[in-house]
Design a protein around this ligand. Structure first.
Ligand code: PLP
Length: 464
């Protein structure tokens, strides 16, 4: 390395060492809310580099300039931290990544890193892509629970399996460890699960499935979109990689489409790629994602970051309202079934209760002890089949009919004709999504108003 390049590397190492010290000695000692509010953005960084801006700046520039060829060479060979070009990276994405990595790693004792993507689907695609690397004709498979978001089902079933011959082996009952086990062989690359699942609110014993993956030298990927890091941090329970649609509950405001991949350092993996195993998220950011180009716009990175600051209190409120709404629906004479993990009648309530806790409730003056919370998503089946479900959905006045969830505004849909429509009847039956299931994402309105809207809509669902 020439001397001038070396000078840049030494200077960058000093800055990096100070940054690592700040994270280890200060940020990692904060509670969840403080990390959500500030992430790694320090007063020093604001004053020295960003004209004192107390909110992380939105760097919309497409590219970064260098002082000279030596600095450019050091940067482009990844010898010094830099961002080069917004498709590769950008400081505004970095602020969001630092915060998300710390929130999902909170309490786990693990070192975590993150990279953000243009959508939740981009995050899932980016997370599975390097794990499925193979040479011509090599047989490759992965094992996934069938209760997943419809887009994920299509990505696995159509894009990977039908179009590229990479086999996805579906698990119908994710709480049956023998079923997972029976699908794993020497060509398996990873295990994948969504919990709680959208829209069926399925749940499984995460620790057991992660342990099974590790017994076979495989990483476990969890889609934790519905729970968010305020209720569940899969890495703490053994997951290697977590994916989020940041579009959803993480950022309830509805102005952002974004995704994130968060991984522990040193993932379990049976591929001979040491850089990937050592720091999966960083590796994906610097290499495959740079080439596939699905990075997040800096504008949306800062919009997302601004919403995540209130995640814990927001999900607490949404969960409490959801519980009231679920209890109302459960006793409603026109409702045949309600899926909400907080209801004692749900067959997976006991299991969900072991995992779904409001983070830091014991440090909250209001609670002073651990409390379970079950999130904002529920689904229900009105009596009278598909016609009744359609009438009830059409009868809603304040709750929006839309294919979205996690919003501060309550939203409902029939997954079989919307979010999970492309899967087809047979796959929906495997994933336990009947045609008369209504999915309801409970928002921040007063729960009485949500209940009143549901009540009047159910009254209209008269089937002759
Ligand atoms: N994962 C889950 C559980 C989802 O519900 C969704 C979308 O609804 C996604 C992933 C995909 O996220 P996005 O719409 O941000 O691509």
């Amino acid at each position: 390395m020439n001397e001038a390049v070396q000078k840049y590397v030494e200077k960058a190492n000093k800055i990096q060492a100070e940054r690592q010290r700040y994270i280890k000695e200060e940020v990692k000692k904060w509670r969840f809310d403080t990390i959500a509010v500030h992430g790694t953005y320090s007063v020093n960084e604001a004053i020295e580099n960003n004209q004192g801006a107390i909110i992380e700046p939105m760097f919309l520039s497409s590219a970064q300039a260098y002082r000279d060829c030596d600095e450019m060479e050091a940067a482009m060979t990844y010898q010094i931290p830099n961002w080069a070009y917004t498709r590769i990276h950008n400081p505004s994405q970095g602020y969001l990544e630092d915060t998300l990595a710390l929130l999902d790693g909170y309490g786990s004792g693990c070192e975590t890193s993150c990279f953000v993507t243009a959508s939740g689907m981009a995050a899932i695609s980016a997370a599975i892509h390097p794990l499925l690397a193979h040479k011509n004709g090599e047989a490759v498979n992965f094992v996934a629970c069938a209760q997943v978001y419809g887009g994920t089902f299509q990505l696995f079933n159509v894009r990977r399996m039908q179009e590229q011959g990479i086999e996805c082996r579906w698990v119908g009952d994710p709480n049956n460890l023998d079923e997972w086990k029976s699908k794993i062989d020497k060509n398996t690359r990873f295990l994948y699960g969504e919990l709680p699942s959208n829209p069926g609110l399925s749940f499984f014993d995460l620790k057991k499935v992660c342990a099974l993956a590790h017994e076979h030298g495989l990483p476990f990927i969890a889609d934790s979109t519905v729970a968010t890091s305020a209720l569940l941090r899969p890495i703490e329970h053994g997951a290697d990689i977590v994916v989020h649609s940041v579009t959803k509950t993480m950022t309830s405001g509805g102005l952002t489409i974004a995704g994130a991949v968060i991984a522990r350092k040193n993932i379990v993996c049976n591929l001979p790629n040491d850089a990937m195993k050592a720091d999966f998220a960083r590796y994906c950011l610097l290499w495959p994602n740079r080439d596939s180009g699905g990075s997040l716009s800096p504008l949306h990175a800062i919009l997302a970051l601004n919403e995540i600051r209130t995640l814990r209190t927001r999900i607490d409120t949404l969960s409490q309202s959801s519980m009231k709404v679920a209890k109302f629906l459960e006793q409603h004479p026109k409702v045949a079934k309600v899926n909400y993990l907080g209801l004692e009648s749900h067959k997976l309530h006991g299991l969900a209760k072991k995992y779904l806790w409001l983070v830091d409730a014991k440090y909250d003056a209001q609670y002073g002890k651990d409390v379970n919370r079950y999130g904002h998503l529920l689904s229900f089946i009105p009596k009278g089949g598909v016609p009744a479900a359609r009438l009830a959905l059409d009868g809603l006045k304040r709750i929006w009919r839309a294919t979205d969830l996690g919003r501060i505004k309550s939203i409902a849909t029939i997954p079989a004709i919307s979010t999970h429509q492309q899967m087809g009847e047979e796959s929906r039956s495997l994933a336990a999504i009947p045609g008369d299931l209504i999915r309801l994402s409970v928002g921040g309105e007063h729960p009485d108003d949500i209940i009143n809207d549901l009540d009047q809509a159910l009254a209209l669902a008269k089937v002759k």
